[in-house]
Design a protein around this ligand. Sequence first.
Ligand code: PLP
Length: 455
Amino acid sequence: MLHKKKQDTENLTVQASNTFDEALPKFQIPSMQSDPKIAFQLTQDELMLDGNERQNLATFCGTWNDLEVVEIMKSAIGKNMIDKDEYPHTAELEERCVHMIADLWNSPSAASTVGTSTTGSSEAAMLGGLAMKWRWKERNKPATTQIPNLVTGPVQVCWHKFARYFDVELRELPFHHGRYKSDPEEILNYCDENTIGVVNTLGTTFTGHYEDIEGLEKVLDDLQYKSDLDIPIHVDAASGGFVAPFLDPGIKWDFRLKRVSSINASGHKYGLAPLGVGWAIWRDESHLPKNLIFNVNYLGGEMPTFALNFSRPGGQVAAQYYNFVRLGFDGYQRIMNNLRTCAGYLSDQIRSLEYFEVISDGRSGLPLVTWTNSDIGIDLYRLSNQLRSYGWQVPTYTLPPDSQDVVIQRAVMRQGFTVELARQFIDDLHSSISYLLANPMAPTAPEHQSGGFSH
Ligand SMILES: Cc1ncc(COP(=O)(O)O)c(C=O)c1O
């Protein structure tokens, strides 16, 4: 959020201690120090007023951590990921994670391929996009008038940002009614000699469906056969990258497909690491243009980096490594299986209410449930508000163009969610619906509703 300058000059009345009864300015750094206990209490009091993150069914980001992860985060709090010379073992953990993930995604050269940790999928997506843009430049030696374009299915906002920040025309396919992923054949209509690549999503933000990446590879192969255009695929596997390998190993979406040149995923989503880590992995070194790698001579070492940020916390990467070792393949698979079971249970219950049409039931794709109104449906914006009174945060949002008239709700299952919690949610959903039926009011306008959609 960009913080606008506050006009008011309110003070905070400090009640955290009976030895401290002064007021502190709200929007200026106080002129004097405070007791740490008081500063702590003031900060905690603000945080206490946030929603309960375990009941936040809007986010894909992890909200549950082992106590050991908290300890790792504490011991790494001062470690900067960029200081690889000073913290070579944190750098080593990053390196191991890159190769473990490359192996998970069936890289033909998992032990030697290139990749990096990032602050999240957004940064990883930008790096993937930049690599495609530079490879296009190297291939085509374009005239200055040629504008590169990126063709995508329904994508998360990070790709809109990439296109705008890095001067690329975004050609995003329309979202057709009743079709929740892009049609590979239709994608072809948008590709030309200035297409730097095609992005497909493994688990779209809107409904959790996996796009048909194997189908996409086939049509792009045909295109190359007919026209010589050799267009790479980047897979945005922000969520699906740590779901599909455990639940859907038969679906080909990763480096098994030879046209997939890079993949991003969020460690802090189904990678189960704490907030602040993502991953970008390339098929092999040849897919990452050398020009994008900076060799920084810093703090006593020569260090190759490809990142948008310089400084970055190291704790999340160490915690990612901990999770890989702690859970192993089997542990991840059990957690993901549980989440799929929860999603299946929830979707059956929601379907049985007859007020909604379930769009994704979590039995395929990401472990989440999305639903829309049926003809006799309840206003979903009001329902979000009502659920909030039980602590549940359920976003209500419209689908992207050309399906903006479809309003849906989404409940994302994450580590820490259980069938018992799902039962409680359903009870609260029942109560909310009964309340709304007994208290008919004008629908809440979208701009005034709570439970916004941002992930
Ligand atoms: C498909 C997809 N791509 C990218 C992102 C951005 O990820 P991050 O929040 O890790 O930057 C998200 C976030 O939900 C997503 O769902």
